[in-house]
Design a protein around this ligand. Sequence first.
Ligand SMILES: [Zn+2]
Ligand SMILES: [Zn+2]
Length: 298
Amino acid sequence: MFKHEKLNLLIFIVLVALQLLGVIGLMTRFQLSYLPIMLTLFFWGGMSTTLYLHRYLTHRGFEMREWLKFLFANGSAVVLAGDPVTWVGDHRYHHVKSDTDEDIHSPLHGFPYAHMMWLIRKPPGFRERSKRYAADVRKIWYCRLWQHSWLYILPHLAVAITLYFTLGLAGMLWCLYVPMLVIYNVTWSVNSICHMPKLGYRSFDTSDHSRNNFWVGVAGFGEGYHNNHHAQPRCAAHGLRWWEFDLTRYVIWVLEKFGLAWQVVWPAKVSLATGLRPVHTSHPVSVAAATFGATRSL
Ligand SMILES: [Zn+2]
Ligand SMILES: [Zn+2]
């Protein structure tokens, strides 16, 4: 179990420092001129995590234009969401081992562990595992290059330096590090809160502990309907009921209408009404199962 791995002090310091920059930003004076840039970076970084890293790259719920993939990949690098090979490898492994002893971020091992501490207690072999589980992602040239940390941080540094020299220190903190603080904690809440008993509801009888949480759903651009997602991992929509606000779903829908996305795996209209009981995706150790899950049910 990864919980017993040694703490990676460097990653711990980096993750705490990045969040501290956001907290310090909140204590500096806000100017209205920051707002459009701040919202743009929040949307770009957040959507890059949910739409690109998760629903496209990990689960292949749709196809989209190459320039859009590159744009979103850079958005995820700007907010340092995690290099795509590692992100996808870790997440597919989570789908394979959900809420078992080997899950990389289950609250079974404690809430702080599921929320953030798993990132700094990865076992020595995690890079090899990522390469195995995300072999398809390694074929994408920029994802392959970004396995080198010094290349991966370049988009982030470019944006941070530009903001510093145009808006000053407070502008840089408000526009970049405050959105990152929110994106990190909302993303991590999907792993922690959305696998906690009693902190949400279940629409599907999956054998993991995943739950739908409305508030994480709204803040996380739809990612909080996590039980829906575990039931149908490849589905491009996580919010399935009309009131399950899922911004990522709406963006994918708009992209499809404009011909920028296609082969979208939308939910079957009957799935909720018939009380679909999906195939359990936690135990078979197969990358295909982790990526595509119970899609045959859709
Ligand atoms: Zn999960
Ligand atoms: Zn997933």
